[in-house]
Design a protein around this ligand. Structure first.
Ligand code: N01
Length: 546
């Protein structure tokens, strides 16, 4: 056991290994891991596929990309200095500002020296004899470490639709999640957007402003509600800064770490007038209030959910001039909030513009992409630019894209074939010394709040091992079973778990992901933390430590 000169903390011996910890990904999780693991005096190496930090906020630089969480609730909370130094310019900041923020963090804490950019991990294999992970990058280089931590992000494996002819298109085409750094002009161009999830909605409302002609290809519509973004001036920022302790405390108490608090009343416990007044207030309020701060039963009681859906449907009808288009934009296959609610700014009004056309792929499916555009069962369309806002192979997809093998060569993709099983979303049985931040079955939501918790939990576990000369941590099968059972139990009764979406592991564009699986933990974040805190307090009996 050696002592780190910087911190006087013991470090786990890793003779002959290149690093103590290899982290995959330099997004919000990876950056914070460097900061916290350095406290243990560990030699950390982060491999990042991109050329810069930011993860999601590095790749998703499509027009209109911005926060759907209040900016100040999304930043890191761990450093008072950082909170004091950084000013947010909008309640829901845009991608360029978020990327600037994450670069500011990387510079402030000198994190870059532990990151190797343009380095995509191809494979990772556990070596039981030497108690280490062997990692191979796309360039063929090999790297070993005692621990491997995945900081891949739940939405980082973009997926293209399985349309014939995608390669044939002679114009320019982009996926929202792989947007280039160069400025793309839409002025006077014929532009298609395929997909109307949160990314598509943000892109559509922005592209419509300048495109010569914008054609939106929508399969299943989503329930979108107004973001109500506005700038933050110096005085308001000072008030926000003064309120940070209360803000982060509130985020610790809410189910999904957002600032919005569920109303304890039931939908049918109030009068019709009270209910409608409350919903009007929420619809006029910022962010996810109408989703995360509504009556307690709107996401569990089908009748309550139907009433709210009808309320939002009427809002859509009131905003779209052409009644036929309005009806096309109203979801029929799922209730409000049972899929992720896209946040919008004049999105529905886009369809009142003369330069915008909506094509329902439910009525006229896309048959193929052609050299000049898109062919549906109804017509041929010509485009200069096609934007694929077709989403991600979520949660487990980024793991599937790396060849990860554990004890006895067990493949992670095989283990998770019919859905992931984990221990507290951080460990997988048969994959010792591999820890996941924001992996399947961790508490998703307002992610940075969960990232900070997850990272600190992993840091504490490694610290616990270091202090006791332990070099292997493996999740016990019975602990995985118990946690997975809890995840299953918490999924019961939530309407969103009865709907196909990335949140239920469905992606029609990915082989083997056509049926719903339990990829997500649906309990509350406080319950999640209570469980994890207990594990740590008891000294990790759920793990085999050696
Ligand atoms: O992806 P999505 P996203 N043929 O999967 C359509 C986060 N996010 O990138 O619904 C035809 O939601 C698909 O149609 P359908 C957020 O958590 C956050 O928009 O399957 N259509 C759908 O309309 C979000 O939930 C922020 O019928 C096809 C769309 O493409 C998550 O990322 C911003 C198709 C995909 O929607 C994912 O959002 C943006 C096909 N073959 C995103 N394949 C912020 O916080 C796909 N589609 C700001």
């Amino acid at each position: 056991m050696t002592l780190s000169s910087e911190t006087n903390h013991p470090t786990p011996e890793a003779p002959g290994l290149d690093h103590d910890v290899i982290v995959i990904g330099a997004g919000m999780s990876g950056l914070y891991l460097i900061y916290r693991l350095r406290e243990l005096g560990l030699r950390v190496r982060v491999f990042e596929a991109g050329t810069g930090v930011g993860g999601t906020w590095y790749w998703n630089r499509y027009p209109g990309a911005r926060f759907d969480s209040e900016s100040y609730s999304y930043g890191y909370s761990f450093s008072q200095e950082l909170l004091d130094e950084w000013d947010w310019s909008e309640h829901f900041s845009s991608q360029p500002e978020i990327e600037r923020y994450l670069n500011f963090v990387a510079d402030k804490f000198d994190l870059r020296r532990d990151i190797q950019f343009s380095s995509r991990v191809r494979s990772a294999a556990y070596d039981g004899e030497n108690r280490c992970w062997n990692i191979v990058l796309e360039d063929g280089s090999r790297h070993s470490s005692r621990f491997m931590i995945t900081a891949l992000g739940p939405l980082s494996a973009p997926t293209m639709p399985r349309f014939a002819g995608v390669e044939d298109f002679q114009g320019r085409s982009f996926h929202t999640g792989l947007w280039p750094k160069e400025n793309i002009s839409f002025a006077g161009k014929r532009v298609a957007v395929i997909g109307t999830g949160a990314s598509g909605v943000q892109a559509i409302q922005e592209v419509a402003k300048t495109a010569g002609q914008l054609t939106v290809f929508q399969r299943r519509p989503n329930w979108c509600t107004p973001l109500h973004n506005r700038p933050i001036d110096k005085e308001e920022m000072a008030r926000i800064r003064a309120g940070y302790p209360e803000l982060f405390q509130r985020c610790r108490e809410t189910a999904a770490c957002f600032v919005h608090t569920v109303d304890p009343r039931g939908t049918f416990e109030v009068t019709v007038a009270e209910r409608n007044a409350f919903w009007e207030e929420l619809y006029a309020g910022p962010g996810f209030g109408i989703w995360q701060g509504n009556f307690r039963d709107i996401l569990t009681d089908p009748k309550a959910n139907k009433l709210l859906s009808d309320f939002v449907a009427d809002k859509i009808r009131g905003r779209v001039h052409d009644p036929d288009i309005a009806e096309l934009l109203i979801p029929r296959d799922h209730g409000f909030g049972t899929r992720r609610v896209p946040q919008e700014t004049h999105y529905y009004e886009v369809y009142n513009r003369p330069n915008v056309t909506l094509v329902s792929m439910l009525e006229t499916p896309v048959e193929r992409i052609t050299r000049t555009g898109v062919r549906t069962s109804g017509a041929d369309y010509e485009f200069d630019i096609i934007i694929y806002a077709t989403g991600f192979d979520a949660v487990t997809g980024s793991f599937d894209r790396i060849d990860i093998s554990g004890t006895d060569g067990r493949k992670l993709t095989e283990e998770w074939k019919s859905g992931p099983t984990t221990f507290v979303g951080v460990m997988v049985e048969g994959f010792p010394n591999m820890f996941m931040v924001m992996g399947p079955h961790a508490a998703l939501g307002n992610n940075p709040r969960s990232i900070e918790y997850n990272v600190e939990w992993v840091r504490d576990l490694i610290g616990h091992m270091s202090g006791r000369d332990l070099t292997v941590a493996a999740a016990r099968p019975e602990a995985v079973e118990e946690w997975t059972g809890f995840v299953r139990q918490k999924a019961q009764g939530l309407l969103s778990n009865e709907i196909d979406s990335w949140m239920t592991g469905v992606n029609m564009n990915v082989e083997g992901k056509q049926t719903r699986t339990l990829v997500r933990y649906s309990g509350t974040a406080p319950e999640y933390r209570e469980w994890c805190d207990m594990v740590a307090a008891k000294g990790y009996p759920e793990l085999a430590l050696a």
